[in-house]
Design a protein around this ligand. Structure first.
Ligand SMILES: Cc1ncc(COP(=O)(O)O)c(C=O)c1O
Length: 374
């Protein structure tokens, strides 16, 4: 079987070894004689699997004992609502630093919840540009000043649609934030080391770097969660998931099984530093191809904020972009179409995207450009 070169933004490529192992164990999970699909979430073998997955995330990130890992459902989008439901209170507004399409959605949801709870509306700072590529940068560190007293500060570490990411260090990284820091890390979770102990909460839909859709990964500071609201439905309170070790109700067991396999793969491959180096190598190849194209390919994102996970670029016109996508598909390159809101080309380079695929994409880009006489 020929595997396509999968550049999808999510659900996205999974490591082949993970799929193979799931295939091998399909009828017999942990020697139990039944599939994990058929196993009770109260079964010891399943509980051990889920504990192991949580412990592996903790180990990869060197998570301090003050924090814990939760497996929730509803995707990152449901966190857009459950976060303010939990964390707004006492008349304190939340701050949203919006650097892209997903942050915009998160802030919108928070405004609805704030109204519902009779709490102040979130204060939104956005980098949105009036013309051209709407989100092309991260803010300067100054944008994070004066946040003391905020309910929390929300950021999106990697904007999947727009191709904008905070750097790991330097002027385009996140500065220390003097309020509870909450991050949507959906599309760069597990892609680089991050001091998660400095975050009140970090969350991610699993379907990019961590596994299949259906699992929402949440890392939360236990004391912060305990101080959150108690007058919202029990199922939505972070403390409920903490108290019940994400087993208050039936978790997405198959998804968590696959997440655990991905976590094994990440550890075997050298952990988060290795994932970061891999991402840097792959992204550098693509951005170099853009830079060396004499303006045929252009990246609309400012250099310091270019994502290592979702590389966006444009061709001289939309007809050429369509031809580029069609040609790519005939070569088995899938998922290169930019998000419908912004257009253009987007290559998602999550952990399981192989370096060889990126090399083939670069070769195709060079061939395509040459054929246009560039
Ligand atoms: C950064 C980011 N946040 C939130 C979402 C929404 O995630 P979900 O579909 O899991 O709700 C996505 C999905 O692509 C995303 O990339």
């Amino acid at each position: 079987m020929q595997r396509v070169k999968n550049f999808n933004a999510g659900p996205a490529a999974l490591p082949r070894v993970v799929l193979e192992r799931a295939h091998t164990e399909w009828f017999d999970f942990a020697g139990s004689g039944i599939s994990v699909l058929e196993t009770s979430h109260r079964h010891k073998a399943y509980e051990a699997l889920q504990e192991d997955a949580a412990a592996r995330i903790g180990a990869l990130y060197n998570l301090p004992a003050s924090h814990t890992v939760l497996f929730l459902q509803g995707g990152a989008s449901s966190m857009f609502a459950t976060l303010p439901l939990n964390a707004l209170g006492g008349g304190r507004a939340a701050r949203y630093i919006v650097t892209g399409t997903w942050g915009e959605k998160a802030a919108k949801e928070a405004a609805i919840v704030a109204k519902l709870l009779h709490e102040p509306a979130p204060i939104v700072a956005t980098t949105k540009q009036a013309t051209g590529w709407a989100y092309d940068r991260v803010p300067s560190h100054g944008a994070f000043e004066g946040v003391e007293g905020a309910a929390y500060v929300h950021v999106t570490t990697n904007e999947t649609v727009d191709g904008v990411q905070y750097a790991s260090n330097g002027a385009s990284s996140l500065p220390p934030v003097h309020a509870p820091l909450v991050a949507d890390m959906s599309s760069d979770f597990l892609s680089r080391p991050v001091p998660l102990g400095a975050y009140a909460c970090a969350y991610a839909g699993a379907q990019k770097n961590a596994g299949p859709s259906g699992v929402t990964l949440v890392v939360v500071e236990k004391a912060w969660a305990e101080a959150c609201r108690k007058d919202i439905p029990i199922i939505f309170q972070f403390r409920t998931a903490i108290e019940h070790r994400s087993l208050y109700n039936t978790p997405p067991t198959l998804g968590i099984y696959l997440v655990r396999e991905v976590l094994r793969w990440v550890a075997d491959a050298g952990g988060l530093p290795a994932m970061e180096q891999l991402a840097e190598r792959k992204a550098a190849r693509l951005y170099d191809a853009v830079a060396q194209s004499h303006g045929f390919y252009t990246c609309p994102v400012s250099e310091a904020a270019r994502s290592r996970m979702n590389v966006v670029f444009r061709l001289p016109n939309e007809e050429l972009e369509t031809a580029f996508l069609t040609g790519g598909e005939t070569l088995g390159m899938l998922g290169l179409k930019g998000h419908r809101v912004v257009g253009g080309i987007r290559a998602s380079l999550y952990n399981a995207v192989e370096e060889g695929w990126v090399q083939e994409l670069v070769e195709y880009m060079n061939d395509f450009r040459a054929k246009q006489g560039h």
